[in-house]
Design a protein around this ligand. Structure first.
Ligand SMILES: NC(=O)c1ccc[n+]([C@@H]2O[C@H](COP(=O)([O-])OP(=O)(O)OC[C@H]3O[C@@H](n4cnc5c(N)ncnc54)[C@H](O)[C@@H]3O)[C@@H](O)[C@H]2O)c1
Length: 255
């Protein structure tokens, strides 16, 4: 028996990267899946690969989130787990960020998180069971870098929303949690960042490597499983120890 045997999971933002790895991990543990993504072609390909249902979704729109939940219920009769992982991360200094740029990052990352929870709530409440999970980040809640003003605001905001939703939904048998990834080696990271950035990051991470999408998927699996039934309103940092050092010279020098 898998750890998510026969559970129905909706993973939003799962055409690639962390979301796809999470959907795969859930499938390996017996879940039945719906994948929702903005990218119709990539999303459909991922869904076919995983034997999942697919729906093209812009998670910044509540109606799209509701349609994704409706598909899960229509297809499988219930909805046990939602992972809202869709996020955008344009690199943009605050001085170059227009009101429209700001609004678009807030709409997807933070608005999308509200939309996913709001859409899943009626079904989960009726079942008296649900797991609502979010991809936050260490960027925002703990650290940041230039060019991530809007992004940092959304990820810190998601953590606040997790706590508020956890409190409101506790009486309905629904838990709400998140994962805070550090630097994860996704296709997008390889494409946009390049070897110098990646090497620099490896040197800054105590465990000596960037994370894999599967590292994050495993944390989501735990939070989605029965083993986490008494956990709500919190996040798990999965960062290879990146947040720990007080300064840059943190490696122990052998005698
Ligand atoms: N990669 C990292 O190092 C890292 C670190 C911390 C947090 N995160 C977070 O993890 C999540 C996934 O990141 P990733 O690195 O796998 O990125 P990615 O860009 O590879 O994947 C994001 C997915 O979300 C989808 N998406 C984007 N906008 C959408 C929308 N409006 N509606 C529906 N789907 C949409 C994309 O099509 C894509 O499939 C994001 O929330 C990101 O902020 C990533």
């Amino acid at each position: 028996m898998g750890r998510l045997q026969d559970k129905v999971a909706l993973v939003i933002g799962a055409a690639r990267g962390i979301g796809k790895a999470t959907a795969l991990r859930f499938k390996e543990e017996g879940a039945r899946l719906v994948i929702a993504d903005f990218e119709a072609e990539g999303g459909k390909a991922a869904a076919d690969e995983l034997g999942a249902a697919f729906i093209a979704t812009d998670i910044s729109k509540l109606a799209d989130a509701e349609a994704a939940v409706a598909l899960a219920v229509e297809q499988y009769g219930r909805l046990d787990i939602v992972v809202q992982n869709a996020g955008i991360y344009p690199w943009q200094l605050i001085e170059d960020t227009s009101a429209e740029d700001w609004a678009s990052v807030i709409a997807v990352n933070l608005g999308g998180s509200f939309n996913a929870a709001r859409a899943a709530l009626p079904q989960m409440r009726q079942q008296n069971y649900g797991r609502i999970l979010f991809t936050s980040s260490i960027t925002g809640p703990h650290v940041t870098s230039p060019g991530h003003g809007h992004y940092s605001a959304t990820k810190a905001g998601i953590n606040g929303f997790i706590r508020a939703a956890a409190l409101e939904f506790a009486g309905y048998g629904i838990t709400v949690n998140g994962v805070e990834p550090g630097n994860i080696l996704t296709e997008a990271m390889r494409l946009h960042r390049g070897p110098a950035f990646i090497k620099n990051m490896e040197d800054a991470i105590p465990l000596g490597r960037l994370g894999s999408p599967r590292d994050i998927a495993n944390a989501f699996l735990f939070l989605a499983s029965d083993e986490a039934s008494y956990i709500t309103g919190t996040t798990i940092v999965v960062d290879g120890g990146q947040l720990l050092p007080e300064g840059s010279d943190f490696r122990m020098v052998p005698p």
